[in-house]
Design a protein around this ligand. Sequence first.
Ligand code: SF4
Length: 234
Amino acid sequence: MQHQSIILCYLFFLCTAFSYQPSYHTNCLTGIRRANRFILKQSEEEENALAVEDDDEEEPIFSFFTNKVKEEKGNLFVNEKCIDCDVCRWMCPSVYSKKGVFSTVHKQPTSDAEKIDAYGALIACPVGAILTKESDPLMKDAIRSFPKEIDKALIPGVMHAGFHAAKSFGATPYFLQRRQGNVMIDCPRFTSHLARRIDQMGGLHTMILTHRDDVADHKKWKERFPDLQRVIHR
Ligand code: SF4
């Protein structure tokens, strides 16, 4: 009975979530081809990018900033590691758009809300291709915004988990908050921020992996939540 309800929940999720992110499928193959070039380098680079500033809450903070790039006009920019997965563009279209085969920042974010959305895309970027020249305290708010409600009125409890994984070719991970046990659809990259937040939201009961090639950090999630049931589509 419990599995039936998870499957029903999953079907409902597919119908709603893909209308939220309509361009995912069209960009998936391009993303796969280009992501393959970065997978081997990802863990080393991610370690560097995750340069941690242990602050008062002992919560590691992303530090995707570099002051080595002088030619970029604005603070926020996309570099050549972009795999054209489309994530930043559907997350924050007022800031990111497509230029050739890469994403670009066509307008620097101005309001705090727009900055948090733009930094949310930076955090979600599977290959760390979005950077800033200056750090910004609003980055913490962007990190804490995940998992993010998609449409609280229409689909309460269905959230975008963020933290897309290069090992899953940038596939979008979703988090479903349910009384019967929380569910993750596809696997985000493992970070202590997200794990801690999920703990606060009731933990993780089930992870549904929709494709055998897109399993990313599922072992790390299992280590963090030992009772986690993993279900894979065959
Ligand atoms: S999220 Fe990252 S990899 Fe994907 S399109 Fe944006 S910059 Fe490129």
